[in-house]
Design a protein. Structure first.
Length: 430
């Protein structure tokens, strides 16, 4: 067990470099298995979800070699059509990409139902609907998904999603690239990582058009080849640093970003009084004056991302006036508000809506993270609070943020990662 200890109240200053995008890296690592060849993936974030995904593909016979801190070589020539490891699959949501990949490459897949952060019910019915449209029989039995293509190979088809799903769009893309004929995905998700995955697969020889719009057309090809590919920067990690400097005040340079991907986040912080200067691959973020309240509704891209909802809420807790947050994606993404209340935040949650009445300051407290982005929000709250904040359950945060402690320290924060010995854990339970 580990905790973060933060002495708040220091303004952030300096520069920080953003790592590769978690939600692009996971499907790209899975997608590398579609080629019976070797891929070199660059700008891979060093986070625990990536470690788990590499474990899943190793279990299927892929050879994985770390070339350097952020480059991974994946040799998929030895991959076999065996069930994916149940334990690793259950640990994270993105493991479901193995179903699309194995179905596309071998015509059948067996995998445990995925796990992931607890944000309310997270079914995979849209993924299954997509696989079935491509001619697969899919059965869920005893916690596992059994999928097999009638006739041994998937056949391209029209897939219409009633509601947008990032994961189902990606999974159908992964399954369809090696299918026979054309697949058209309508009402597809448009997130930057969907475009990144399409670019990766196209560089391997796939024929995908329209990624980034709500209609994606995929012409199936016979095979894919190995490539070298560099993952896009993480939009949410960059947004988290924006939120942090908004909360503490100061000025930071966020490097290695695609500013276009950050517009949907920056626009809300601008409404709150945060200033931005954009370059080709950087954003300078400054907050010198007071913070204003604003209303936020989370939506699929290019709307304000749900994965930034906890972080902006932490900032709104110390903004002047009343803000309303409406969660448009998940049923239950406000659990962390109880922790913010321990710090003096004034928040009322009613279903998918939270009303925040800004207070002058938060005060340090002992907190527990309930999921990945909740953990990030508590770090932000701790950085701007008076006094000392301790955050437990930080393994959630480390699923998606590379070197979060050293990056914040580099910006002048007083934050430490402390390994707990058994005695500390007992004291905490008591
Ligand atoms: N949904 C269904 N049925 C499905 C699929 C989704 O009902 O078959 C529901 C979900 O329960 C949710 C909504 O539809 O309420 C949207 O889910 P979506 O499929 O778009 O999300 P996801 O693919 O499971 C990815 C990210 C999440 C991010 C969402 C939304 C990965 C590995 N995860 O999840 O990231 O919140 O898209 O942008 O890419 C995170 O990084 O912290 C995180 C939770």
């Amino acid at each position: 067990m580990t905790k973060y200890v933060i002495n708040g109240g220091r303004q952030l200053r300096g520069s920080v470099s953003i790592s590769g995008a978690k939600n692009a890296a996971l499907p790209i690592i899975a997608g590398a298995l579609l080629a019976n060849d070797v891929c070199r993936i660059e700008n891979v974030p060093k986070i625990s979800d990536v470690t788990l995904m590499l474990e899943v593909i190793r279990g299927l016979g892929a050879k994985v070699r770390l070339i350097n801190k952020s480059t991974v070589e994946i040799d998929s020539r030895g991959v076999r059509d065996i069930p994916a490891d149940d334990d690793a699959m259950r640990e994270m949501r993105a493991s479901y990409y193995m179903i699309g990949v194995m179905l596309g490459r071998f015509g059948h897949a067996v995998a445990a139902m995925p796990g992931g952060c607890d944000l309310g019910v997270r079914p995979i019915d849209r993924h299954i609907k997509g696989f079935e449209a491509l001619g697969a029989d899919v059965e869920v039995n005893g916690g596992r998904v059994y999928a097999s293509a009638k006739g041994g190979r998937l056949v391209g088809a029209k897939v219409y999603f009633d509601d947008i799903s990032v994961g189902a769009t990606i999974n159908v893309m992964l399954a369809a690239v090696l299918a026979e004929g054309q697949t058209v995905i309508e009402n597809s998700a448009k997130e930057p990582h969907i475009v990144d995955l399409a670019n990766f697969l196209n560089s391997m020889g796939a024929d995908i058009k329209g990624a980034g719009t709500d209609v994606i057309r995929i012409r199936g090809v016979e095979s894919l080849r190995g490539v070298t590919y560099s993952i896009i920067p993480d939009q949410i990690e960059a947004g988290t640093f924006m939120a942090a400097v908004a909360a503490t005040g100061g000025e930071i340079m966020i490097k290695n970003v695609i500013p276009k991907h950050l517009e949907c986040i920056a626009v809300k912080f601008e409404e709150m009084g945060v200033e931005f200067e954009k370059g080709d691959e950087y954003m300078l973020v400054r907050r010198t004056g007071k913070l204003e309240s604003t209303n936020v509704r989370t939506l699929p891209y290019p709307g304000f991302p749900t994965d930034m909802q906890p972080q902006i809420s932490a900032v709104l807790c110390i903004s002047e006036g009343t803000s309303m947050i409406t969660e448009g994606i998940y049923d239950n993404r406000f659990k962390y508000m109880d922790e913010l209340k321990r710090m003096g935040a004034k928040v009322q949650v009613d279903g998918k809506v939270a009303v925040i009445e800004g207070v002058k300051k938060l005060t340090g407290a002992k907190l527990r993270a309930s999921d990945l982005r909740a953990g990030a929000a508590l770090v932000i709250a701790g950085l701007c609070a008076d006094g000392c904040t301790e955050i437990r359950n930080v393994h959630f945060t480390e699923r998606g943020y590379e070197d979060i402690i050293s990056k914040f320290k580099g910006l002048g924060a007083d934050i430490e990662r402390v390994e707990l010995v058994e005695q500390d854990e007992m004291a905490d339970v008591g």
